[in-house]
Every structure is written in structure tokens, then in C-alpha cells.
Design a protein around this ligand. Structure first.
Ligand code: SAH
Length: 298
């Protein structure tokens, strides 16, 4: 399975990398965007690439080996962006990219239970070395109300109450360990006539992934840090994959910190979010819900 970077042409257009400029890819993933930036900002421009998943960093080291000291790869959460940048003395940043969520490899090949189409243990952690909270722990140990709340808040799931109730019921007889056990419970919780369109487990799986990784908190934390790190004229490009993330990005762009504190301000480069063309959507399912927003620091 080959990973195709989402909205690649558009990312390059909005980041606009030029020879000698420095960039941060906060979600290096399978290094698709990182590689494209490195092709543009040579011979001396650098990329600081971050990913929370150690395996993604390991793979990216191989992919970017040709670029030698023009690439610095760090295994950490972008929520610690400022600290990472300080520790690596990475200055004069011309652009920052966030391509949120998970990659095709993580969905299809990581065996972490991200996909409801594969029977795997319920894990869903990007960082399985330091994060103790797994999806398995949530479904077996959290109270019904807590579960209902994350299904509603992070999954916008209409049948949150019923699903949470049935999870609590099911785990009385047997611990819920696998994705397929969970899918079966979800299928029973949603009225048959509603089982159309997106897969009935989509929203629950999204909610669990967001909860396990604290994704909305991470995005909320990184945006002001990223903006403050940018040089004047630098660009921040964010690709989000669901309305909750996009709302956070949109609201931040409307009122970035330097604007509210009377600083130099910023200009939004995307009046409405940029989405993939039909051709890309056919080729790359991950692009279907992608929304790109970009801002320039003045
Ligand atoms: N742009 C990449 C794909 C990125 S997929 C490419 O072209 O290949 C999103 C990546 O973000 C995943 O690899 C995931 O592990 C990573 N990620 C998710 N949350 C993160 C966080 N808080 N900090 C750093 N990386 C994170």
C-alpha cells in the first residue's frame, strides 16, 4: 500500500517553499509532504519533521536519508512544538504544516485497531510507548456516561447513548478486546434503517481515536505555538478531516494571537477551505474529507 499525500499541490502552493527556507512538518507520517518540501527548499533549506508515532519516524528516516542534515526528525507530539523547536535550535521558520489525524499506513497496516474493517486489538494510540490510555481501556473501564459524552462530542454520534449502554452491557460477560467485537455491539445499537451511508462504526471509531490521543487538545495547543514560531511572512497550513478539527482551525485563524494583542497580525489565504478535486478523491480516499486552511503571518 502506497501512501499518497493529501492535497500535495495545494500544500506546496500555500507553503510556497523557496531555496534556503526552513519548514516544520508537524505530522511527517509517511514523509510525502516532507519530501515535496525538501525538493523545493534546497540546497540549504531544512525541514524539521515531527511525528508522535515512533514507527512513522523510523520509516521516514529511510525515506529522507538522501537529504542528510537538511532533515531533522523528532518523535514527539506536536503539542510540544515550542519545546521541540527550542531543543533543536530551529530558527527562522518560513512555514509550518499540520496534516491532522492518521495516515493510510496507520489505518491499513499498523495493526493498532484504527480500522473497523480489520479485526485487531483495540489500541488506537499513536504513541504506544508513553500513552497508557488505549481504546480497549475506554470501552472496558470508563463509565457509561463518560463514554456517551465522548461519542457525542468527538464522534457527533446520534446513537451515543444506545452504543454506550450496549458496551456496558456486553462487557459484563466478556472483556471487549477487538475491533470486531466493538463493531458487533455498534451494529446492534443502531436501528437497521439507519445503517446506510457511512459505516455505522465510523463515528465511534473516530471518537475513540480522538479521546485516546487527546487530538482536539493537541490541535488547540499547537496552533498558537506554531503561529508564534513563524517568521514574519511565514505560512501556517492546516489540513483537517472532520468538522470538530476544522472548527478549531477556523476560529483560530479568525483571531490569531498577534492580531488580538495588537501585533503585526495575519492574513487568511483561504477564504473558504480548500478541498480535493474529484480526481484526487477517486485515487485517495483519505482526501475525501480533507479541508485545507492557510494563513500568513504579517
Ligand atoms: N503528511 C503525511 C501524512 C500525515 S498522517 C504524509 O504526507 O505522509 C498524520 C500523522 O500525524 C500520523 O503519522 C500520526 O502519527 C501523526 N500524529 C497524530 N497526532 C500527532 C501529534 N499529536 N503529534 C505528532 N504527530 C501526530
Amino acid at each position: 500500500m502506497i501512501h499518497k499525500p493529501v492535497l500535495l499541490k495545494e500544500v506546496i502552493e500555500y507553503l510556497n517553499p523557496k531555496p534556503g527556507e526552513n519548514f516544520i512538518d508537524c505530522t511527517v507520517g509517511e514523509a510525502g509532504h516532507t519530501l515535496a518540501i525538501l525538493e523545493k527548499n534546497g540546497p540549504s533549506g531544512k525541514v524539521l519533521g515531527i511525528d508522535w508515532d515512533a514507527k512513522q519516524i523510523e520509516n521516514s528516516k529511510a525515506l529522507t536519508a538522501n537529504f542528510k542534515d537538511r532533515v531533522i526528525l523528532v518523535n514527539d507530539s506536536y503539542a510540544n512544538l515550542k519545546k521541540i523547536v527550542d531543543e533543536n535550535n530551529f530558527n527562522l521558520v518560513n512555514g509550518i504544516l499540520l496534516d491532522l489525524g492518521m495516515s493510510s499506513f496507520q489505518l491499513e497496516g499498523s495493526e493498532k485497531g484504527f480500522s473497523f474493517k480489520k479485526d485487531q486489538l483495540l489500541d488506537m494510540r499513536y504513541d504506544d510507548a508513553n500513552n497508557d490510555l488505549t481504546a480497549e481501556k475506554i470501552v472496558n473501564e470508563w463509565g457509561r456516561e463518560e463514554m456517551e459524552k465522548i461519542l457525542e462530542d468527538f464522534g457527533e454520534e446520534k446513537f451515543a447513548r444506545q452504543i454506550a449502554k450496549n458496551i456496558v452491557e456486553a462487557r459484563k460477560t466478556k472483556r471487549i478486546k477487538t475491533t470486531f467485537q466493538l463493531v458487533e455491539i455498534i451494529e446492534k445499537s443502531i436501528p437497521r434503517r439507519r445503517l446506510q451511508g457511512i459505516h455505522c462504526a465510523t463515528r465511534t471509531f473516530q471518537a475513540l481515536r480522538i479521546a485516546v490521543n487527546g487530538e482536539l487538545d493537541n490541535v488547540t495547543k499547537v496552533l498558537p505555538e506554531a503561529f508564534s514560531i513563524l517568521s514574519s511572512g511565514g505560512r501556517l497550513v492546516v489540513i483537517s478531516f472532520h468538522s470538530l478539527e476544522d472548527r478549531i482551525v477556523k476560529n483560530f485563524f479568525k483571531n490569531p494571537p498577534s492580531a488580538s494583542s495588537g501585533g503585526g497580525g495575519a492574513k487568511i489565504l483561504t477564504k473558504s477551505p480548500v478541498t480535493a478535486q474529484d480526481g484526487e478523491m477517486d485515487e485517495n480516499p483519505r482526501s475525501r474529507s480533507a479541508k485545507l486552511r492557510a494563513i500568513i503571518k504579517l
